[in-house]
Design a protein around this ligand. Structure first.
Ligand code: ATR
Length: 270
C-alpha cells in the first residue's frame, strides 16, 4: 500500500484525508493517506523521515508551502511561478514539486460554466494564495488580470513579477471606475470576517464572484457580492476538491471523478 499524507499546522481541520480516501475507493487505488502537524522548524526533517519510511507523496498546506518548494529537486512551471508547492512526489531519490491550487480554481470555475477566455478578471489579494493561481488563470487567455490589494505596492510588485501586458495592479479605490467579468477573492479577509474595500460599482449582474474560502454559510464577501447584483457566487470547496484531484492524478495517473466527492463534502458542511 503506497503511503501519502498532508503536512500543515494546524491540520486537524483538513479534509484532504477524507477526499483522497474517497478518490482511492472510487478508483480502486490501494493507498493510505494521513495527516501530520510538524512545528515549523521540524518540517523538512519530517518530510525526510516520511521519504525514508517509504512515503510516495505529500500534500502541503499552510504554513509549509514555501519550505516545501525549497526542498524540491525539480519544480513545475506553475509551482515555480506560485513560489509555493502543495504537492510533493518522491521518486528515484528525488523530490518533485507541483502546485495544483490554480488548476483546482480554474476547473471549478469551468464546472460552473464560467469561461475565462477574453474575460476581465479582478484578483483580490497579493499574498501566496493570489500568486499561486495567476499562471493557470493566464493559461486560459483572459483579456486582463487586474490585481487589487490593500497594500497597493504588493499588488504592483506581484504584477511586475509576471512582466506580462495582460497583468496590472490597481488600488481598491480604483475599483469604482470599471466593471469585471470575474472577481476572485484570494485575500485572507474572510477568515477574520472582514470585507475588502471593493467598490460595489464594479459588480454587474453578470459578474461571477468567487471566494477561495468555504463554509456552511456563504462568506461575508460572497453575501456582500450577492447583495450588490452578482447572480453567481461560488465558494472555494470545489477548488479544494479540484486541487486534490490534480494531486491524486499526479501520484496515481488516474483522474478521479469530483462531483460526488464535492456533494458529500458539501453535505458534511451543513
Ligand atoms: P495567503 O498565503 O493566504 O495569501 P498572505 O500571504 O498573508 O496569506 O496574504 C493575505 C492577503 O490578504 C494579503 O494580500 C492581504 O493584504 P495586505 O497585503 O495588504 O496585508 C489580504 N488581506 C488580509 N486581510 C484583508 C482585509 N481585511 N482586507 C483586504 N485585504 C486583506
Amino acid at each position: 500500500m503506497d503511503k501519502y499524507l498532508v503536512f500543515g499546522n494546524p491540520i486537524a481541520q483538513s479534509k484532504s484525508p477524507l477526499i483522497h480516501q474517497m478518490f482511492a475507493e472510487q478508483t480502486q487505488q490501494d493507498i493510505s493517506y494521513s495527516k501530520k502537524q510538524p512545528e515549523e522548524v521540524d518540517f523538512k526533517a519530517e518530510v525526510s523521515a516520511f521519504i525514508i519510511a517509504g512515503g510516495k507523496g505529500a500534500n502541503v498546506t499552510a504554513p509549509f508551502k514555501e519550505q516545501a518548494m525549497q526542498m524540491c529537486d525539480q519544480l513545475t512551471d506553475r509551482a515555480a511561478s506560485a513560489g509555493a508547492v502543495n504537492t510533493l512526489s518522491f521518486a528515484d531519490g528525488n523530490i518533485y514539486g507541483d502546485n495544483t491550487d490554480g488548476v483546482g480554481l480554474v476547473n471549478d470555475l469551468k464546472s460552473h460554466n464560467v469561461q475565462l477566455t477574453n474575460k476581465t478578471i479582478l484578483l483580490m489579494g497579493a499574498g501566496g494564495a493570489a500568486r499561486g493561481v495567476i499562471l493557470p488563470l493566464l493559461a486560459e487567455y483572459p483579456k486582463q488580470i487586474i490585481i487589487v490589494n490593500r497594500t497597493t505596492e504588493k499588488a504592483e510588485q506581484l504584477a511586475a513579477r509576471f512582466n506580462d501586458e495582460k497583468i496590472c495592479a490597481i488600488s481598491y479605490s480604483e475599483t469604482a471606475k470599471t466593471t469585471f467579468d470575474v472577481i476572485i477573492n484570494a485575500t485572507s479577509a474572510s477568515l477574520s470576517a472582514s470585507l475588502p474595500d471593493l467598490n460595489p460599482a464594479c459588480i454587474t449582474t453578470n459578474t461571477v464572484c468567487y471566494d477561495m474560502v468555504y463554509g456552511a454559510e456563504l462568506s461575508p464577501f460572497l453575501k456582500w457580492c450577492s447583495q450588490h447584483k452578482s447572480q453567481l457566487v461560488i465558494d472555494g470547496l470545489g477548488m479544494l476538491v479540484g486541487q486534490a484531484a490534480e494531486s491524486f492524478f499526479i501520484w496515481r495517473k488516474v483522474k478521479p471523478q469530483q462531483s460526488q466527492v464535492l456533494a458529500k463534502l458539501r453535505n458534511k458542511l451543513q
